[in-house]
Ligand binder design. Structure first.
Ligand code: PXP
Length: 234
């Protein structure tokens, strides 16, 4: 059975809409863990649009499974990771104007030093890249322990032939990642409909999923929330 990393960024997105104290991301992390999450994933963005530094500190003290920190491949973020010590750092591309992470990270030789700094303190390093053979080989050359394949393209496609082609690209990518001795991870845009074609491949070891889980939670919880408020109103 594959591992599930639950990305709780959107809980913080709702909180930051009012810059208040609810909903609390820690609460989401605990519920996720109690219900089978194998990992809590957060993206500390440079613009701090959702997860804040204090969230990371609190989560590090409380997460009992694994804490996966997604972050830009820059020294200031590496310094934060070295202090917090998440179990895994996933290096992602980051542009301030984007709504969410678009496209995979282009791996460069310059990343080697950042990766070593993290690994030297016992942090596992994963890289979020397109399922492209050359990029996967570059990841292996940089010595990372895991590769997270970007499933954004797969998630956005609507044509069945194109979808089948992209699934095959992800499958071949997964086989190459395994052959090169790294852990196979996938994420971005995965939901309750498109996940099964990937689990059917029977080789992806971990998924990081956020948007669809939080979206579903809104509706599975809305009835109770309205009912309880109505009881308080006379
Ligand atoms: N993996 C990575 C590296 C991401 O950047 C994201 C989005 O923050 C996800 C997984 C989760 O994507 P989604 O929220 O679409 O499930």
């Amino acid at each position: 059975m594959a591992l599930l990393g639950v990305n709780i960024d959107h809980i913080a997105t709702i909180r930051q809409a009012r810059r208040g104290i609810e909903p609390e991301p820690l609460h989401a992390a605990l519920i996720a863990e109690q219900n089978g999450a194998d990992q809590i994933t957060v993206h500390l963005r440079e613009d701090r649009r959702h997860i804040q530094d204090r969230d990371l500190e609190i989560l590090r003290q409380t997460v009992q499974t694994r804490l996966n920190l997604e972050m830009a491949a820059i020294q200031t973020m590496v310094d934060i990771a070295l202090r917090i010590k998440p179990d895994t750092v996933t290096l992602v591309p980051e542009r301030r104007e984007e709504l969410t992470t678009e496209g995979g990270l282009k791996l460069l030789n310059d990343h080697r030093d950042l990766i070593r700094q993290l690994q030297n303190t016992g942090i596992e390093v994963s890289v979020f890249i397109e399922p492209d053979p050359e990029m996967i080989k570059s990841a292996a050359k940089l010595g990372v322990q895991a590769v997270e394949m970007h499933t954004g393209k797969y998630s956005n496609l609507t044509d069945s032939k194109e979808i089948a082609k992209e699934i095959e690209r992800l499958h071949q990518g997964a086989l190459l990642i395994a052959k090169l001795g790294m852990r196979i991870v996938a994420g971005h845009g995965l939901n309750y409909h498109n996940i099964t074609s990937l689990t059917d491949l029977n080789c992806i070891e971990e998924y990081n999923i956020g948007h669809s889980i939080v979206s579903r939670a809104v509706f599975t919880g809305l009835a109770e929330a309205v009912y309880t408020m109505k009881q308080l109103i006379w």
